[in-house]
Each structure stands twice: as structure tokens, then as C-alpha cells.
Design a protein around this ligand. Structure first.
Ligand SMILES: *[C@@H]1O[C@H](CO)[C@@H](O)[C@H](O)[C@H]1NC(C)=O
Ligand SMILES: *[C@@H]1O[C@H](CO)[C@@H](O)[C@H](O)[C@H]1NC(C)=O
Ligand SMILES: *[C@@H]1O[C@H](CO)[C@@H](O)[C@H](O)[C@H]1NC(C)=O
Ligand SMILES: *[C@@H]1O[C@H](CO)[C@@H](O)[C@H](O)[C@H]1NC(C)=O
Ligand SMILES: *[C@@H]1O[C@H](CO)[C@@H](O)[C@H](O)[C@H]1NC(C)=O
Ligand SMILES: *[C@@H]1O[C@H](CO)[C@@H](O)[C@H](O)[C@H]1NC(C)=O
Ligand SMILES: *[C@@H]1O[C@H](CO)[C@@H](O)[C@H](O)[C@H]1NC(C)=O
Length: 274
């Protein structure tokens, strides 16, 4: 009885550890393991297996067009075209009537092309704030994008978009800066960098046109100087005319008084004479 149980147990264990008659352990592999492709571009996906005689195999995609296929006894390679967004691709092989699947997720990127920097307002008085705004349209994945605001070659601010909603494809960055006198001669710019390493060797980057800021001193700018000169001139004209009026008025009164004097004297003379 004990012997029989042991025999059953051993048979059961060997059944668990080894494949059923005719079944073969195999695996499915996909290459590349970390596919990265530019939006609108094509990609080869190679599915392979170590099964000795596969009964069949294929690929499953959604919204991706397959243009060509090549195959060997242990692999099938598919040319997929026009990727527009991140997608999963499945590969399968059938071996000893068993199907095994594997998947990879394809990451679609759009490199930064158009980087624009705007300064607001376009002129500012020393000590007042101005805003730098950098915009990069149509760039993904944002979590691998770094924007740097530069003044000349000096880095003012740097941001990597760590967590972003997947639907976003526009990158914005703003910074408030207080204007200094020495800022008026410097070029501001924005640098965008999409880093897809280590999955892809390239580092994509683009820089905006440089922008300059007009900065005015609060006390002695040209407009104020002109205003002050005009005010002083007007004041002078006013003072001079007041003085002239006064002098002329005085002169006229004296003349009139003098006239009365003569008249009075003449009257007196006539009265005395009578
Ligand atoms: C296939 O690869 C797997 C994992 O490396 C291995 O366990 C299995 O024995 C291999 N099968 C064949 C037929 O080589
Ligand atoms: C696909 O992968 C297999 C196994 O790694 C390789 O032997 C075959 O040459 C590859 N085919 C293409 C078209 O790259
Ligand atoms: C590629 O895909 C885009 C968007 O899915 C589509 O507008 C365009 O017509 C496609 N191009 C080709 C050549 O199929
Ligand atoms: C910059 O300043 C403007 C106006 O003062 C304000 O609306 C905006 O929120 C500020 N932005 C940042 C990033 O501080
Ligand atoms: C101006 O910008 C500085 C940072 O550069 C900020 O600390 C300050 O609050 C800003 N002032 C105003 C009025 O927005
Ligand atoms: C700022 O940019 C302009 C145009 O690119 C260039 O001519 C000028 O030399 C630059 N000035 C400085 C200080 O870098
Ligand atoms: C994007 O950046 C993250 C974090 O650094 C990294 O894990 C991921 O592999 C990058 N994506 C690509 C496509 O390179």
C-alpha cells in the first residue's frame, strides 16, 4: 500500500515537471525589445522562437499597416508603417499545439522642431518684472523633454516634464525675471532637448531665435529728459512774459501818472492864474 502510494506520487511529480508527451518548452522573442520610432515613420519587428518546428506564427497590431513580411523557419519579420501614437504589438508562435504570445510597446516620438521664445512686455523699466515664455508645439514624449531658458550662455531655468497627461503634445515654460540694467544688451533664448537614450542613440535638440529686451532707466530716459526740458522752457517763457507784463504795466502807469501830474500842474497853474 505504502509502496503503491509512493509510486503514484513519483509518477505525479514527474508528470508535473516534464512536458506532456510531444510537448516542447519554447519561447517567443521580439526584436527590438524597446522599439522607438518617429511619428509617421516605419519599423521592422522581428519575432522569433526557439521551438524546433513551429506550426505557425504571426503578429497582432491595431491601426498599424503591415507592408512587407520576411520569414525563416524560426522567425518572421514584419515591416510596419506610419506610426502615429504609442501602441502595443503582439507576436505569437504555435508549437506542439500550444500558442505563446509576447508583446512590446512601441514609443512614438516627435522631435522638437519649432521653438519660440517671447518676452513680455517687449520693453521694461529697471526693477520691474518681465515674463519669458517658451513654446514647443507637437513634441512627444514630453517626459523626455527638457527646456532651458538662457540669457546669453547662462542658464536661467531648466525644466524636465516629469509627469504629463499623455494627450499633451505642446510644451510651455514661463519664467518671471526682474529686469536689471545689464540685461538690456543680452540675448534671451530657449533650448529644447528630447532625450531618448538609452533606447535610441540620438539626442534631438532645437533652439529658438534670440530675443532682446529694451530696458529703460527709471530716472533719465530720453522721454523724461525731453519732458523736463520742455517744462523748463515753458516755465521760463511764462516767467519772462510775467516779468515783461509787469515791467510794461509799471511803465504805462508811470506814464499815465506823469500825464496827470502835468495836467494837474497845468490846472493848478490855470486856477492860480485866474
Ligand atoms: C527555449 O528557450 C527556453 C528559455 O531559454 C528554454 O527553457 C527551452 O528549453 C528552449 N527550448 C528549446 C527547444 O531550445
Ligand atoms: C530575425 O531574428 C532571427 C533570430 O534572432 C534572425 O536569425 C533573423 O536573421 C532575423 N531576421 C531579420 C530580417 O532581421
Ligand atoms: C499616416 O497616418 C496619419 C494619421 O494616422 C494619416 O493622416 C496619414 O494619411 C497616414 N499616411 C499614410 C501614408 O498612410
Ligand atoms: C508671472 O507674472 C505674471 C504677472 O505678474 C503672473 O500672472 C504669472 O503667474 C507669473 N508666472 C510665474 C511663472 O511666476
Ligand atoms: C517678480 O519676479 C520675482 C522673481 O524673479 C518674484 O519673486 C516677484 O514676486 C515678482 N514680482 C511681481 C510683482 O510679480
Ligand atoms: C544677439 O543676437 C544677435 C542676432 O543673432 C547678434 O547679432 C548679437 O551679436 C547677439 N548679442 C550678444 C551680446 O550675444
Ligand atoms: C524617457 O525618460 C524616462 C525617465 O528618464 C525613461 O525611463 C524612459 O526610458 C525615456 N523614454 C524613452 C523613449 O527614451
Amino acid at each position: 500500500m505504502l509502496l503503491f502510494s509512493t509510486w503514484v506520487l513519483m509518477a505525479f511529480l514527474s508528470l508535473l515537471s516534464s512536458p506532456v508527451a510531444g510537448e516542447e518548452l519554447f519561447e517567443v522573442r521580439m526584436w527590438p525589445e524597446w522599439p522607438v520610432v518617429e511619428a509617421g515613420k516605419d519599423l521592422w519587428i522581428n519575432c522569433s522562437t526557439n521551438c524546433t518546428s513551429p506550426q505557425g506564427g504571426g503578429i497582432e497590431t491595431r491601426n498599424i499597416k503591415m507592408t512587407t513580411m520576411r520569414e525563416g523557419t524560426h522567425w518572421k519579420a514584419f515591416h510596419l508603417s506610419n506610426f502615429s501614437e504609442n501602441t502595443n504589438i503582439f507576436c505569437y508562435f504555435i508549437c506542439s499545439d500550444i500558442q505563446k504570445r509576447k508583446s512590446v510597446s512601441v514609443i512614438v516620438y516627435r522631435p522638437p522642431q519649432q521653438v519660440t521664445l517671447s518676452l513680455q512686455p517687449s520693453w521694461v523699466i529697471v526693477g520691474k518684472n518681465f515674463t519669458l515664455t517658451c513654446h514647443v508645439p507637437n513634441v512627444v514624449p514630453l517626459e523626455n523633454l527638457t527646456l532651458t531658458l538662457l540669457q546669453g550662455t547662462e542658464k536661467l531655468y531648466r525644466q524636465t516634464f516629469v509627469t504629463v497627461p499623455t494627450a499633451l503634445q505642446d510644451a510651455w515654460l514661463t519664467l518671471n525675471v526682474t529686469a536689471r540694467r545689464e540685461d538690456s544688451k543680452s540675448n534671451f533664448s530657449c533650448h529644447a532637448e528630447l532625450d531618448l537614450r538609452p533606447h535610441r542613440e540620438q539626442l534631438f535638440s532645437a533652439t529658438s531665435e534670440p530675443k532682446m529686451l529694451e530696458i529703460f532707466e527709471p530716472s533719465w530716459n530720453n522721454q523724461m529728459l525731453v519732458t523736463i526740458i520742455i517744462t523748463i522752457l515753458l516755465l521760463l517763457v511764462f516767467v519772462i512774459s510775467v516779468c515783461l507784463c509787469f515791467a510794461y504795466g509799471q511803465h504805462w502807469r508811470q506814464h499815465r501818472t506823469g500825464g496827470y501830474g502835468v495836467l494837474a500842474a497845468w490846472r493848478n497853474y490855470r486856477i492860480r492864474g485866474l
